[in-house]
Design a protein around this ligand. Sequence first.
Ligand code: AMP
Length: 356
Amino acid sequence: MSGDMLDRYDLDNIAIGTLGSHSALNILKGAKEEGFRTVCICKEKDAIMYRKFGVADEMVLVQDFSELISEPVQERLRRLNAILIPHGSFTAFLSTEQLIHDLHVPVFGNRELLRWEADRKAQEEWLRKAGLRLPATFKTPEEIDRLTIAKLPGAKGGRGYFLAESPEVFHNKFSDMVRRGLLKEEDGDRIHLQEYVIGANIYPSYFSSIMKNDVELLAADRRYESSVDAIGRIPASEQLEFQVNPTYTVVGNFPVVIRESLLPELMRMGDSVHEMAKRLAPPGIIGPFCLETVITDDLRIYTFEISARIVAGTNVGIGTSPYAYLKYGENMYMGRRIALEIKEALRQGRLREALA
Ligand code: AMP
């Protein structure tokens, strides 16, 4: 549907736009380096950052990101010939239905996949059908037979997540969390129970190119999460004393260079996720996506989530990431790779294919 919106666009004067947060510096810098004008839809308080870094040619100031679907903002974006690059804040501030039905500005990527990404069950089906190894899931607490993470859907930063290794421990901890006001009684029915895999968290980021008909592994990172990454700095006896509960608010990311012998499997995983997406939501993934994995000490790769868009972890590559360097040489990174694809699509007269 995005393709039809191009009818009124001046294709010689395309701008690349995004919401001012998450990976906007990455996206806008990449767009400028490929010669595009850039538009940042931004809150007043954050405008200083985009101005000082000089990455935004146009600023559209809003009070709240949900204003993106207001008619005046959309009309302004269309007049600027803007193509939007979605990132995590799009899905955080707008519903899937709003993004699919109410946003009449061209969006880079396949909007249909938003539905698959937003629904935990659909996401699991997609990854499983693609042949990936997933942590086991349990329908009821009574089925818990190993270390399990209890996740409350939509919990920001994993607040209210907890670990349990048996039904008894689950029920005790759940009641305790309710008593402490961290969960509500009715949350019990919504909790997702997933095997907790002990291993190294690795987030490989890929770019699915329709111009090259290829899936490229471009970056890898791990997150720096508060408070879970701080817990190891407190002696175990004090952790017990203070009842420390891990939360997973991301405060930053570290670049990771992955053990080389793991790369072939990670590449096959990226390919098969895209192949399955082609069947589930044609034409499959367009542009960036990321698998959230845990790799165990016997080198098994478990995938517990997919983001079918750019992730903030690719910000560690602004400038160059090792895998982007291997493929493209210096100064390539996810934001720039997106702009390069749009430029190539324009050159070949195939832009509509990139805007599903
Ligand atoms: P999520 O909200 O699903 O992104 O999970 C937040 C954090 O919890 C992740 O970044 C991981 O550190 C951790 N995590 C989530 N699921 C699992 C799992 N199945 N096994 C191990 N760690 C997990």
